[in-house]
Design a protein around this ligand. Structure first.
Ligand SMILES: Nc1ncnc2c1ncn2[C@@H]1O[C@H](COP(=O)(O)OP(=O)(O)O)[C@@H](O)[C@H]1O
Ligand SMILES: [Mg+2]
Length: 383
């Protein structure tokens, strides 16, 4: 068996790319294998990672490729909390390789990092990492000031409204260690109770809430370095008694730094929502955020645009911050555009007063958009 591995590097796709390689002289047999492996590698490059425009080879998830007696064996290793992804990749790889005339048989093994076989994880809740929590949706943005926390808080309230009808509950975890604003937006202050090793989340508007804002003094400059950030995140996912939550919204720190990267790797996410503003230039920033999520195989559930327009008393809409950024980002990332949240004074006031607009003005356009986005996201994570 000629394997692409450390022990048998000779016939590996990576090795074949190197200019110094030439087939051993006079060995027709090896040459045939080389051609086939090259074709197999090409075919693998045509397989896209589900939900992304990138292929599985450039994603770096193809670990081993072998070809012998017409049988192609491919081993793939991925990190994902989405149980649909391993079988989807396996099917696409099988299809792509079966299309090659040289290939009579295909054997694809998909291993989730941590050594679990996909068949074992298929029935496991995607968020086994946070005890009691079923789905975790992260709210992410490429930069600060796009209204990410406002979006996260209102989205969480919209989820809570929907889930309350099913007798279920939502929560919000504020991981923005640099500027935790969730407590203020939900009218919460003080410190959470500690029970043994565990923190008890605070309750605001029927949401379970945990925030760095509860744990650090307002006027203490927060100079968290990498390891401390990681520790906090781990504590928030492992040592908080969330109770039974159908859905947890996570407000990620802005940007795409290492802290954020390690965060999305620590918390098993059902997916992420990207918040952007309407300026066409914002798409670049949003896409940087998306690349960070791609690196960790986090599924992008959709793009939402905030501060989209200001409605004049006569009903006309002014595009204060330009237009098209949200739809463009969604198109570029090959994901759904979830909706536009208008600029509304009540949104800012609601945030400052501790009662998000979803609750204070449920009849407003903004509140309706939040509820509609929450409904589509819920359908997506439950699908
Ligand atoms: N759609 C909106 N209309 C009016 N004000 C908004 C809107 N979205 C956010 N804001 C305000 O903008 C400011 C920044 O929002 P915030 O959610 O803290 O941003 P981020 O978390 O991205 O830094 C807050 O004062 C908030 O109330
Ligand atoms: Mg914020």
């Amino acid at each position: 068996m000629f394997q692409v591995s450390e022990e048998r590097p000779f016939y590996g796709p990576r090795f074949l790319k190197s200019k110094r390689w030439s087939p051993p002289k006079g060995t027709k047999f090896n040459y045939r294998i080389r051609v086939s492996l090259e074709k197999i590698n090409q075919a693998l490059k045509s397989v896209k990672y589900p939900g992304f425009s990138r292929d599985i080879v450039s994603f770096g998830i193809v670990r081993d490729v072998a070809f012998e007696d017409g049988k192609a064996s491919v081993s793939i290793a991925i990190t994902t909390s989405d149980a649909n992804i391993p079988p989807a990749i396996r099917d696409s790889v099988e299809e792509a390789l079966n299309a090659l005339p040289e290939v009579n048989e295909v054997d694809v093994s998909v291993v989730l990092s941590g050594g679990k076989k996909p068949s074992q994880t298929a029935g496991v809740a995607p968020t086994e990492g946070i005890p009691g929590v079923k789905h975790v949706i992260a709210v992410s943005s490429g930069k600060g000031g796009v209204g990410k926390s406002t979006f996260a808080v209102n989205l969480a309230c919209a989820f809570q409204q929907i889930l309350a009808q099913e007798g279920k509950k939502a929560g919000i975890m504020d991981c923005d260690i640099y500027g935790p604003s969730v407590p203020l937006m939900l009218g919460l202050s003080g410190r959470p109770y500690v029970e043994g090793e565990s923190l008890i989340p605070m309750e605001g508007h029927n949401l379970s809430v945990m925030s760095m804002g509860f744990l650090v003094d307002e006027d203490t400059p927060v100079v968290w370095r990498g390891p401390m950030v990681m520790k906090t995140i781990q504590q928030f996912s492992q040592n908080v008694k969330w109770g039974d939550l159908e859905l947890l919204v996570v407000d990620l720190p802005p940007g795409t730094g290492d802290a954020q990267l390690s965060l999305v790797q620590t918390i098993p996410l059902s997916g992420a929502v990207l918040v952007t503003t309407p300026q066409p230039a914002a798409t670049q920033v949003a896409k940087r955020g998306a690349r960070m999520l791609e690196k960790t195989n986090v599924k992008i559930l959709g793009v939402a645009e905030n501060m989209s327009y200001l409605e004049a008393p006569d009903g006309s809409r002014q595009n204060i911050f330009g237009e098209g950024g949200g739809t463009q980002t969604a198109t570029d990332l090959n994901t759904e555009f979830l909706g536009q949240i208008p600029l509304d004074k009540s949104i800012r006031e609601g945030g400052d007063a501790g009662t998000p607009i979803v609750l204070s003005k449920p009849e407003s356009e903004a509140a309706k958009v939040f509820v509609s986005i929450a409904n589509s996201l819920l359908a997506k994570v439950r699908a």
